[in-house]
Ligand binder design. Structure first.
Ligand code: PEP
Ligand code: MN
Length: 337
């Protein structure tokens, strides 16, 4: 941590700041310039609240130079994390594609869509059985029945499945069916749920919260990692901004930023990020070009009658065309898909 004193800070104030830093366990190095005094405080204290120093008299600015997350940080773990689930890898050279409907709606629907996913060569089927909906009157998902149908469809077509877990009480139930847990944007800071997922061994895809900074997102990953589950990957799904021509604002730059700050894989979800079918392919292409370790795409063969998120679902033909385009882009940057 670097502490910059006010120009007119008195000797007494400087000494008081130094005393506080030492009392908090930091090693202190003071540099007295012509204009200002700058204090370097050394000592790894990820949880230290820098406001304890910024409120002291004579202090102008306090900067943290280490990150508050440790297990999620690249400085503590240089190598990329590679998540292996059967014959699928997330975080390696291969760009992993996850596709399927927003919600599991019926046996026929999930089997039809699972076949389309499998025929495209994609290995991971998505679908929600417990849905986080803004309105309590909107379709809430089929619950356990949906999980059963999705597992059967995934097994029939030799696919892995990912589905969202919204509450602690459902972890055990969902664990019996799924290969990957999805932690949705609205639950990114549900700390008790994060802690419980830290006790499982299955991979967790942690979506970025609707209004979360990248640091907050990585802190949430830290909760799962510190519980003992190292199989965490992140998903950029757009954030809330003042823009309303798209459902959310797709933060493409989060992909290289996460890669710099963390060793965890990061995938992109252009479906929820844009909310509009015609915006999905260009942003999916951009995400692969930006280095995303995977892309999650919602598809539907009858989106006009979909029970959730029809307007952002790709039709099967557009989806197949997109997969071909993504292969070219992945190849151009030395990756496979
Ligand atoms: C989803 O992927 O089904 C979903 C609800 O996404 P998010 O949590 O990003 O809104
Ligand atoms: Mn959806």
């Amino acid at each position: 941590m670097v502490v910059i004193l006010e120009k007119n800070a008195t000797q007494q104030q400087i000494e008081d700041v130094i005393k506080h830093l030492e009392d908090y366990g930091f090693q202190v190095h003071t540099s007295i310039g012509v204009e200002r005094t700058v204090i370097g405080a050394i000592g790894v204290q990820p949880n230290f609240d820098t406001r304890k120093i910024s409120i002291l008299d004579g202090v102008a600015e306090v900067y943290r130079v280490t990150t508050p997350y440790k297990l999620a940080s690249r400085s503590f773990h240089e190598e990329n994390t590679l998540i292996k689930i059967k014959d699928v890898e997330i975080g390696g050279n291969q760009v992993a594609i996850i596709a399927g409907p927003c919600s599991i709606e019926s046996e026929e629907q999930i089997f039809r869509l699972a076949k389309i996913v499998a025929d495209s060569g994609v290995k991971i089927l998505r679908g929600g059985a417990f849905k986080p909906r803004t309105s309590p009157y909107a379709f809430q998902g089929l619950g356990e029945e949906g999980l059963k149908l999705m597992r059967d469809a995934a097994d029939e077509y030799n696919l892995l499945m990912i589905t969202e877990v919204m509450q602690i009480e459902h972890i055990e139930l969902i664990d019996r069916y799924t290969d990957i847990f999805q932690l949705g944007a609205r639950n990114m800071q549900n700390f008790s749920l994060l802690k419980e997922l830290g006790k499982t061994e299955k991979p967790v895809m942690l979506k970025r919260g609707i209004a979360a900074t990248i640091e907050e997102w990585l802190m949430s990953a830290e909760y799962i990692l510190s519980g003992g589950n190292k199989n965490v990957f992140l998903c950029e799904r757009g954030i809330r901004t003042f823009e309303n021509y798209t459902r959310n604002t797709f933060d493409l730059s989060a992909i290289p930023v996460v890669h710099k700050k963390s060793h965890l894989p990061v995938v992109a979800d252009p479906s929820h990020a844009t909310g509009l079918r015609d915006q999905v392919p260009p942003m999916a292409r951009a995400a692969v070009a930006a280095g995303a370790d995977g892309i999650m795409i919602e598809i539907h063969d009858d989106p006009d009658h979909a029970l959730s998120d029809g307007p952002q679902a790709l039709l099967p033909n557009t989806f197949l065309k997109l997969i071909d385009e993504l292969k070219l882009i992945a190849h151009a940057i030395g990756r496979k898909l």
